[in-house]
Every structure is written in C-alpha cells, then in structure tokens.
Design a protein around this ligand. Sequence first.
Ligand code: G3D
Ligand code: MG
Length: 183
Amino acid sequence: MSSVYQKSYIYKICIVGNGGVGKTSMVLRYCENTFKESYLMTIGSNFSTKTVDLSDYPQLQVKLQLWDLAGQKHFSFVRPPFYRGATGIIYVFDLTRRSSFADLLEWRDEVEKVIGQKPSLLIGNKLDLAHIGQREVAAQDGEALKEEMHAMQYYETSAKEGDSVEEVFKVLTLEILRTSGKI
Ligand code: G3D
Ligand code: MG
C-alpha cells in the first residue's frame, strides 16, 4: 500500500532538566495522554515514539523519538551519547522550584558541548501548582531565560492537566522543519 505522505522524517528530541521537573510525565502525557501520580525515577534513559499531528502539512509525516534523560546529576557520565544525533532539545524546569530554573544554563552547556546549538524550547512545567500559589519563577523570568539560552519559545505546561503539552511538541517540530528549510 502506498503512503499518502510525500515526505517522512524522524527526529530525535532530548528532554533535558533536573530530576523531578516532570520530563517523564510530559512524554507520557504527549504519547499516551495519561498521567501517573507516582513511578520510579528514570534510570539512564527511555525513549518513546510519536507521530506529530501536522494537519496544516498533510504531505509531511514527522515521527518524534523522545529521549527522556535521567536528570540526576550522578548519572552525568551516561548522558553525552544520548545527546548525539538530537535534532531538537526541550529544556524543562519546575515552576515551583527555583533551583531547577537556575540549573538550566548548566544543562544547556552540557548539551551544546556535545551537539552544538539546536532548535530548542524552554518549558516551565507544573502550571497547575503555580496556579494554586506555589509559583517560584515568574513568567517574565522564563521569557528572559529563553532569550539567554537562545531557545525559540517559552511555554508553561502542566503534564498533570495536559495544558500546552501537545502544542510544545508541535511547535518544536515546526521550528525544526522551518530551520532546516523543509517548510
Ligand atoms: P522527571 O522525569 O523530570 O524526573 P517526573 O519528573 O515526570 O518523574 O515527575 C516528578 C514528579 O512531579 C512526579 O511526582 C510527577 O507526578 C510530578 N509532576 C510532573 N509533572 C507535573 C505537573 O504538571 N503537575 C503536578 N502537579 N505534578 C507533576 P511523584 O509524586 O511521583 O514524585
Ligand atoms: Mg524521569
């Protein structure tokens, strides 16, 4: 059977940030539309695959390979091989934990040492908790860090409620397609 798509692409995307910010939860929300309250800390890395819904470009099929890296500092020695071959990066911090925001510049440096600068987005996650008085990072600080990191957009998400999660992956995909001249 012939495909309706004229072009297919597979992009490797790394989800990067401190442990506990919600990286695994974001991937789970996007790929399976579920949220689990409690599960094991990610050891090493996982990856999940999902076809992006690109209704404006019916001729294109893009599959994302989402690499959810272990955020724990003591696993740093395993990380460089996971960055290799990445087409885009999603940097995530927890809106309710200032330290996870402050650490992102180090994460950015670690990634760029291995693969240079790639299309990236900056995400403040746990918006549902920010809405009930737990916010430690203002939206304008997120915007400022986005500029400093040369990320393309800043979004605030809730992996728990699903807010903006789908949009994040779609926008990054469109940025990658645009910067590589495919659309
Ligand atoms: P990580 O993969 O970045 O280490 P996880 O983070 O996805 O494992 O999430 C860490 C904890 O934060 C989990 O709680 C998870 O349920 C919670 N979490 C993730 N995203 C959100 C969110 O958007 N809102 C809220 N309220 N919680 C979130 P546990 O209890 O398992 O530690
Ligand atoms: Mg995890």
